[in-house]
Write a protein that binds this ligand. Structure first.
Ligand SMILES: *[C@@H]1O[C@H](CO)[C@@H](O)[C@H](O)[C@H]1NC(C)=O
Ligand SMILES: *[C@@H]1O[C@H](CO)[C@@H](O)[C@H](O)[C@H]1NC(C)=O
Length: 362
């Protein structure tokens, strides 16, 4: 009984350790990509610093003496220090950490390996600290990307982890390409050129959903929605507007477009229309009348029979309607126009104010 306690604890501890290790492994895998790019940045900056300091010397003093005493600037520790100072931005944590961790390697390379291994990126990032791989290879062992290291993904995609010790080497294909090898074309594209190692996908005609042999509307395997096959087996636009009933509502007109259509609002003077504007009405909206094929506003106020019937009312025409307002000197009270109570001193603006009431209320 006593022994189960410690055993359980040990088991828990072990599983915790396993979890932490698993986490670190997956984390490290992903981190190789960023570590490699940090390393690349360091070696790029090293090469820039190397070029920058190429024409320098110790500056001042007796060069002959210095050459004897300190060896040449070209291969000096001082030059190395000047280059190393410019390798990382002070704000880049990753860069400075990597530099600190491997500072002595730069000395080793500078004094002992430079001649035999002139490519610092290759020696440092790929072969020594092993965060990068040669171009076209990926992962812990620098295996070739899908499609080979010369043309990863057959030139039509990106190999995951390319050039780093991370990634899985799988392709993410460029637009228009698909498949494990990025040799197949997505729908709407066809293989203009294709063999085992090379593929060029070209866009189908806009009327095709899929096509295989060419880029005209006669090369479609299947027409896109909004297009249909004509008697020459070419895909042509469907005129959705010619269907009965119209696909639009009563206060809209239908506009056919390539592969589709749209519904546009009729002019507000129309009750139904065949196109834009007041001269394409099928009938006139209420308050409008047909004048030479054009719907125009009816002036209700000038009709022989008065439309504003209350006492002291005036009629004002509006677009498509009219309003009845109280005459000057009157104001509306409970639906009637009553004489305005004059203030002691007459105020021009108040006296001329009128109250409107839409005709619908009366
Ligand atoms: C595949 O096609 C490309 C481009 O046309 C050509 O350069 C290459 O040699 C061809 N490869 C084979 C194996 O036929
Ligand atoms: C129709 O009426 C509108 C607005 O009154 C006017 O601008 C237009 O010129 C008229 N069109 C025709 C064809 O009479």
């Amino acid at each position: 009984m006593l022994s189960t306690g410690p055993q359980l604890r040990l088991l828990l501890l072990l599983s915790c350790v396993t979890l932490v290790l698993l986490f670190q492994v997956t984390n490290a895998k992903r981190d190789f990509k960023s570590a490699c790019s940090t390393c690349q940045q360091i070696t790029d900056n090293f090469n820039k610093g190397f070029d920058r300091t190429a024409k320098q010397n110790f500056g001042g003093g007796n060069t002959a003496w210095e050459e004897r005493k300190l060896s040449k600037y070209e291969t000096s520790e001082i030059r190395l220090m000047e280059i190393v100072e410019g390798l990382c931005d002070s704000s880049s944590f990753e860069c400075n950490r990597m530099l600190e961790e491997h500072e002595e390697l730069f000395e080793t390379w500078w004094f002992k390996r430079k001649t035999k291994h002139p490519d610092l990126h290759k020696w440092f990032c790929i072969e020594t600290i092993k965060v990068c791989c040669p171009k076209g290879t990926f992962g812990p062992d620098c295996n070739a990307c899908v499609g080979g290291s010369d043309r990863p993904c057959h030139g039509n995609g990106m190999c995951d982890g390319d050039g780093t010790r991370g990634g899985d080497g799988k392709c993410s294909c460029d637009h228009a390409y698909k498949g494990e090898f990025c040799l197949d074309c997505i729908d709407g594209y066809f293989n203009e050129v294709r063999n085992d190692t090379f593929s060029l996908c070209t866009e189908c005609h806009t009327s095709c959903k899929t096509c295989t042999s060419g880029a005209t509307n006669q090369d479609c395997d299947e027409c896109k929605e909004g297009w249909e096959e004509d008697d020459q087996e070419a895909c042509v636009d469907v005129n959705e507007c010619s269907t009965e009933p119209s696909p639009c509502t009563e206060d809209q007109y239908c506009l056919n477009t390539d592969g589709s259509y749209s519904c546009k609002a009729c002019d507000k003077v129309c009750a139904g229309c065949t196109g834009a504007g007041p001269d394409n009405c099928q009938a006139c909206a209420s308050g409008y009348q047909d004048t030479e094929g054009n719907c125009t506003d009816i002036d209700e106020c000038s009709q022989p029979e008065s439309v504003c019937t209350e006492e002291h009312q005036e009629c004002v025409n509006t677009k498509g309607s009219y309003v009845c307002i109280c005459s000057s000197g009157y104001e509306e009270q409970d639906g009637q126009c009553v004489q305005t109570v004059q203030p002691e001193k007459e105020d021009e603006s108040e006296a001329s104010e009128t109250t409107t009431s839409p005709h619908g209320e009366l």
